[in-house]
Design a protein around this ligand. Sequence first.
Ligand SMILES: [Ca+2]
Ligand SMILES: [Ca+2]
Ligand SMILES: [Ca+2]
Length: 231
Amino acid sequence: MHRSSRIAACAAAIAAATPAAPASASLVIAEVLYDADGADDEREWVEAWNAGDTPVDLSAWSLGWGGTTLVSGRQALSGSVEAGARFVIGGPLGDAAMPPFSFGLAIDLEPDLQNGGVTADAVALFDRPADAVTAETLPVDVVLYGETNDTGLLDPAGAIAAVDVADAPAGASIERGLDGLWRIQSEPTPGAPPRPVPEPDSAPLAALAIATARGLRHVRRRAAGDRSVNV
Ligand SMILES: [Ca+2]
Ligand SMILES: [Ca+2]
Ligand SMILES: [Ca+2]
């Protein structure tokens, strides 16, 4: 074999033996039902979404949750999430009020997920096994629900996390829309994409604009005839 051919063959062999750099995994929390209608135990769940373009092996990931820290509860994960797929963790009991769905990982989340309230609670996703996660571990994704982050729960950057969404009533979930914003979802979508965000009802805004225009005209008329009107 010619020397240049041997070098080319050697380079090709090295390239074949070197795994491609893994694409950055994009597993995120997509929906959480933490407050079931009736008893919560065995009926809470978390939906994860693989927003990336490669499968994610969940054995290297874990969930955490709580109100004073992100790891009052921790759950080791297992299974695999295909690119673009959604994976529901929890239960193992289903809910007759929802469309049929199956758990990717049917497991009782213990202790139960916090139920929000004035002090916000959180569910977090970690890119390491549960036994390697401590209260100091930063999550790769986190959702806070309730009113205020009084306990200083941290976001993936290590900053005090913002509260994402108000407390959902029993039977409703919190869901991350395709626009990335969290909302209360009265009709949960376990294992399925979020519903399109409804168009804001423009009628109240139009009525407000008309009322404001009328009010301004009224004030201007009075101002023209009565210099004491305080605009
Ligand atoms: Ca439970
Ligand atoms: Ca709960
Ligand atoms: Ca969903």
